[in-house]
Design a protein around this ligand. Structure first.
Ligand code: ACO
Length: 330
């Protein structure tokens, strides 16, 4: 089969209108703007409401990305929605498909927490490279505000809601230059959002577990150590696959978890701070959405230009982590 390349031709983002800053948060839990900002760089986050929030945000981001790519929704073959917080446990991607009018597309959800967007980009890329599909929309969308314990200051200060999307299209030249994906379930307990049921007996010897998910649990220090060790390693691996060195990177686009993680990774890779994409002060950690939201902001402000090399890395629950090196635009 002929190898077909991939171009990223559009980006889009959508965040809920309601912003919630650190000062407001300090009325809910014992914290302060100073503590949150110095430990994380976060100043505010946006909070979604409603039962269809993930679908609405994801559809909004996808529409913006399609507009930038000048691609009609009917031409979309594939939609991959990376989310850990679907509106419907059976999946939200098909509802997004209907909302944007992508009648010909197949749509499915993919879950890999904060690495989900990168995992979804690589997944969609396989379908394009094999020639199966021509046009894909990859969306990262999460509404973790539903699942954090708003009484737990160790976690609730970190997260925000939003969605971001990109359009991937088949092209003669491959702009996905290299990637590497990893996971390690033995460290799952560092960060999870576990199902917690209570046993209900149906009949003699037959019982089911019924309930819902418990709020996000995180060992912040372990996650921090994991991120600053594994993210530079996986970026180096992806660069190796792309036959590039860190000097070739125009932009370092990391999952927007914490400014200290961004700075530590940039330092280890010897990448100048001016090349580090960061907008987490406004949005907090939006999980699978953070990379495409930041990408979209940098593209629309003219900072990321067509032809520039972006080194991107996602990391988070699972544990999962990964990196992709790509050239923006066509
Ligand atoms: N406000 C005020 N004080 C707080 C807060 C808060 N919001 N949260 C914790 N504290 C207190 C603790 O109770 C503790 O007090 P103590 O010493 O009296 O017990 C003290 O601050 C220090 O707590 P630590 O947990 O040790 O704080 P740390 O310096 O590790 O910072 C943080 C915490 C910011 C969470 C850090 O560990 C971190 O950034 N880790 C990475 C987490 C991350 O990025 N997760 C997301 C990635 S994966 C994904 O995106 C799903």
């Amino acid at each position: 089969m002929t190898a077909i390349g991939i171009a990223m031709t559009g980006s889009g983002a959508a965040v809920p209108p309601i912003a919630f800053d650190n000062h407001q948060l300090s009325h809910i839990v014992e914290t302060s703007d100073e503590w949150i900002a110095t430990r994380t760089g976060i100043r505010a986050r946006h909070i979604a409401k409603g039962d269809r929030a993930v679908t609405d945000l994801a559809a909004g981001a996808a529409r913006h990305a399609l507009q930038m790519a000048e691609l009609a929704p009917e031409k979309v073959d594939l939609i991959v929605l990376a989310t850990s917080t679907p509106d419907d446990l059976f999946g939200s991607a098909s509802v997004v498909q209907a909302a944007i009018g992508a009648k010909q597309a197949v749509a499915f959800d993919l879950t890999a927490a904060c690495s989900g967007f990168l995992f979804a980009v690589v997944t969609a890329a396989q379908f394009i490279r094999t020639g199966t599909y021509q046009n894909a929309v990859v969306i990262g969308a999460d509404v973790l505000s539903r699942w954090v314990d708003w009484d737990d200051r160790r976690t609730c200060v970190l997260f925000g809601d939003g969605a971001g999307a990109v359009v991937l299209q088949a092209d003669d030249r491959d702009r996905l230059l290299g990637y590497e994906l990893r996971s390690d379930g033995s460290q799952n307990d560092c960060l999870n959002l576990p199902f917690g049921g209570t046993e209900k007996s149906l009949t003699d010897g037959v019982a089911v577990s019924q309930g819902t998910y418990r709020p996000v649990v995180m060992n912040g220090q372990e996650v921090y150590k994991f991120a600053v060790k594994k993210v530079p390693e996986v970026i180096e691996k992806a660069l190796f696959r792309a036959n590039l060195t860190p000097e070739a990177i125009d932009w370092l686009l990391l999952h927007q978890a914490n400014q200290r993680i961004l700075d530590a990774v940039a330092k280890r890779l010897r990448i100048d701070g001016e090349k580090v994409v960061s907008n987490l002060s406004k949005y907090g950690n939006t999980s699978a959405a953070s990379i495409p939201i930041a990408l979209d902001e940098w593209v629309r402000s003219g900072q990321i230009q067509p032809g520039q090399i972006v080194a991107s890395s996602g990391f988070g629950a699972g544990l999962t982590w990964g990196a992709a090196i790509f050239e923006w635009g066509r």
